[in-house]
Design a protein around this ligand. Structure first.
Ligand SMILES: *[C@@H]1O[C@H](CO)[C@@H](O)[C@H](O)[C@H]1NC(C)=O
Ligand SMILES: *[C@@H]1O[C@H](CO)[C@@H](O)[C@H](O)[C@H]1NC(C)=O
Ligand SMILES: *[C@@H]1O[C@H](CO)[C@@H](O)[C@H](O)[C@H]1NC(C)=O
Ligand SMILES: *[C@@H]1O[C@H](CO)[C@@H](O)[C@H](O)[C@H]1NC(C)=O
Length: 754
């Protein structure tokens, strides 16, 4: 028997239903107006229902509706393609829409049509994350939710979007790393909560109302798709308690607590032998119990089917259904469990205004086609790419190129004139595209050679490329990957540039007359050590998948209309890492006994090609420490066990550690001739207790400074939150002793004692 604590609020993807055969799944058909319940104007009787009364509170309305539903109707409301309850004026509703970096056509809830043929396509998330600009993360979310509401109003979109993806980009080979904000738990937390706020926050400031519903996924420890035959559907992620609590869980915790997200989606994989969608500790215990999710939990598509058919995790379909609250009739579950689940779903719809009648008369009613792909929205897509692009190498005299002195520019490479490649996955139809070639050609005369038929580059057309490079004033090579190399269900084996790309680049660089700019378009990091070492390659730019305006933004940076300020949100490893390290090894910490090098800048001990936080500017910035304590004392009560000198850490739950905080003030100066933005990273190296990270990011702040200008950056450090580490059992502890704070090359030692 399934115990009550196994009852989850789970929204099933429709395929699970074929397994259970409870109801018909009808896809939402083409609409021309918004789908909504409580259409009092055409059925005045509905006005009598409390659940249709916008003046009542959400809980009262939900209880009223649930009371009126039959068991069959309730079950019909628990799947992504929710059934209609016509007798109560409730139409069908499709829960599944996506908006990872713009309103997407992935997911049956959203379509483009002649009414709204496209939406603003922002850079793929990994590039936006590289901007390290929290304001930007939220601004993008806000534009996306405005465009989503406009599409909903004309019947083209739903109100619930299963974005963002905040899994930690733990291994460079992961095909979906591009969708994430990178490898750092703090950056991922800041990205996730800011993007969710941008999507959800109601224009009228009412905290209980949702503009659209967001969903943080995939919970949890999910980052293997298909590597050497190991598939996500059957992969069991073996994760230590310590890694779980200081790497994999923090972004989800922040998404629920700081972002107040309306939904969390559990993942396909198992964690320590348990299916995430069927683990009451992870779901009811943590998400609802500890973090107090105000919303619904969704299963990944088919994950319950997968649980039964692929993982053989449950013995019978009925048991699977019980976990997912679909076997009431067989007595495996109480109807009250169903009521809880359906209440969470309906409450979310109430907060979205779905039960408030005609949306054209409500807060977003005026939004329509004119609000999608506006010049301002498209400019933000270009700005996001500019802010994210990372300058990795720049020899003197290389970038920026002068648009007036370059008379001819050789543009070479399989990604030089691409459109869709710039969008990455979970894409929508963009408003329009500006390819890199188009972007560059807008400023100078160009000559173009593709160099390879595609990114796989089986045979490079070296001679044709060399010919144009040898006569041009400068050469831009636009290389890298696309979804044929890294994607969902497609992890990489090699992290070098595909096929003969390296050969082409080296040959072209060798004959080029002027500067050679290598542009890497990719989601994951690439082993480009050869290019870093080759003096003929004078600059390297990483541009992620830069979105619809990517080509314009690349040109903005190359010609110095914009000063690059992006920083790598993930480590770039050498190919030897991929040859040696098992992708399936989830351990973050190195293991000297086996030679395992660990993962991410927080733990990895091996060689890197580029590291987390790398990124140059056309200016240089100096840091000066203005204020920071050298000693912080944590008061302890009399008789505490930690009074002995052997004590290395104390529990964060201690009373004494509450409200203990201090400020660090830094002065930053732009020493260059060009105005620019600069991200100040505050890292700390904790004392070496509990296998703590070699360093970790404590805060970051991006500032814009005109030439020679100075700015003050202030970090408020919460001792318990920021100077704590997670011990081997998953408990947060304040580490006592020397904490080394670093900002750029500045180091400051801080002693924490009791
Ligand atoms: C709604 O309530 C009013 C007043 O209580 C009643 O006269 C009317 O018949 C009701 N309408 C329906 C459709 O139940
Ligand atoms: C570079 O060019 C020189 C001649 O200019 C040639 O000898 C050499 O092989 C070239 N190297 C590569 C890597 O193409
Ligand atoms: C890699 O992991 C697989 C199981 O996931 C294991 O069978 C294999 O021995 C591992 N290889 C190494 C080198 O650790
Ligand atoms: C952060 O992004 C916002 C929105 O694009 C922009 O206005 C602001 O200037 C950016 N901040 C910095 C320091 O670049």
């Amino acid at each position: 028997m399934a115990s009550q604590n196994r009852a989850l609020s789970v929204l099933l993807c429709v395929h699970v239903l074929s397994l259970i055969a409870v109801l018909n799944s009808n896809r939402v058909s083409a609409q021309s107006k918004a789908v909504f319940a409580c259409d009092v104007a055409s059925n005045s009787g509905l006005a009598n229902f409390t659940f249709c009364d916008p003046k009542s509170d959400v809980k009262t309305r939900v209880d009223d509706l649930v009371k009126r539903l039959t068991l069959q109707e309730k079950i019909g409301l628990l799947v992504d393609s929710a059934g209609a309850v016509s007798r109560l004026g409730i139409p069908k509703y499709e829960w599944w829409s996506e908006a990872l970096h713009g309103v997407s056509y992935v997911g049956p809830g959203t379509h483009f049509s002649s009414v709204i043929p496209g939406a603003t396509s922002f850079p793929q998330v990994i590039l936006t994350a590289a901007s390290f600009n929290v304001t930007l993360f939220e601004s993008i979310g806000k534009v996306v939710s405005t465009e989503a509401r406009a599409m909903y109003n004309v019947g083209l979109a739903g109100l619930t979007f299963w974005s963002p993806n905040i899994n930690i980009f733990r291994d460079p080979r992961w095909g979906r790393g591009q969708e994430t904000p990178g490898e750092d738990p703090l950056l991922s937390s800041k990205y996730g909560s800011a993007y969710v706020r941008g999507l959800q926050q109601s224009d009228d400031g009412d905290k209980d109302r949702l503009k659209v519903g967001a969903c943080c996924k995939h919970y949890t420890a999910y980052d293997v798709d298909n590597w050497k035959g190991v598939e996500r559907y059957t992969f069991n992620a073996v994760v230590t308690k310590q890694d779980m609590d200081d790497t994999f869980q923090p972004p989800f915790k922040s998404c629920v607590i700081d972002g107040n997200v309306a939904s969390v989606m559990c993942s396909y994989n198992q964690v320590n032998g348990k299916a995430t969608c069927g683990d009451p500790d992870l779901l009811k215990g943590v998400i609802r119990g500890e973090w107090k999710l105000n919303g619904y939990i969704s299963s990944d598509c088919d994950s319950l089917d997968v649980m039964f058919n692929s993982q053989h995790y449950t013995k019978t379909p009925e048991e699977t259904a019980a976990i997912a609250i679909l076997a009431v009739t067989r007595g495996l579950l109480k109807e009250s469990d169903i009521d809880n689940a359906v209440s969470n779903n309906i409450a979310t719809q109430m907060r979205l205004g779905f039960f408030d009648g005609d949306p054209s008369k409500q807060i977003y009613g005026a939004l329509g086609p004119k609000d999608v792909c506006t010049p301002a929205n498209q400019e933000l897509a270009r700005e996001a790419a500019r802010q994210g692009i990372v300058l990795l190498k720049n020899s003197p005299g290389s970038l920026p190129l002068s648009p007036t002195s370059i008379k001819s520019l050789a543009v070479i490479g399989p990604n030089a004139d691409v459109t869709k490649t710039m969008i990455g996955n979970y894409e929508g139809t963009p408003c329009k595209y500006t390819t890199p070639l188009q972007g560059l050609t807008a400023s100078v005369a160009t000559v173009y050679q593709q160099g390879c038929a595609n990114v796989a580059c089986a045979t490079a057309q070296v001679d044709a490329a060399k010919k144009i490079a040898s006569t041009a004033d400068a050469t831009v090579l636009i290389m890298g990957a696309d979804l044929s190399i890294e994607a969902e269900s497609r992890d990489r084996i090699d992290i070098t540039l595909p096929g003969q790309q390296t050969l082409l680049i080296t040959a072209v660089a060798n004959v080029s007359k002027g500067p050679v700019i290598l542009v890497i378009m990719s989601g994951g990091g690439m082993d480009v050590q050869f290019a870093k070492d080759n003096p003929k390659i004078t600059s390297i730019l990483w541009v992620g998948y830069p979105g619809e305006a990517g080509g314009a933004a690349i040109a903005d940076v190359i010609f110095g209309y914009s000063n690059p300020s992006g920083r790598l949100p993930m480590t770039w490893y050498p190919q030897s890492f991929a040859d040696k390290v098992n992708m399936t090894n989830m351990n973050m910490r190195p293991d000297a006994a086996t030679g395992y090098p660990g993962r991410t800048y927080r733990f990895y001990t091996g060689e890197t090609v580029y590291t987390f936080g790398d990124g140059l500017s056309y200016s240089t910035f100096n840091h000066h420490l203005v204020q920071a304590p050298k000693l912080v004392s944590v008061p302890l009560e009399e008789g505490h066990v930690c009074r002995s000198s052997a004590c290395k850490s104390i529990d964060v739950v201690e009373q004494s550690c509450k409200d203990l905080a201090f400020d660090i003030h830094l002065r930053v100066q732009n020493m260059g001739k060009m105005g620019g933005s600069h991200t100040v990273f505050l890292f700390t190296t904790p004392p070496s207790v509990h296998n703590s990270p070699q360093k970790h990011l404590l805060g970051f702040e991006k500032v814009f400074l005109t030439p020679q200008a100075q700015g003050l950056v202030r970090f408020n450090v919460d001792v318990c939150k920021d100077l704590s580490v997670v011990d081997e059992l998953g408990n947060r502890k304040v580490a006592l002793g020397q904490h080394l704070l670093h900002v750029g090359s500045l180091k400051h030692s801080l002693n924490l004692r009791i």
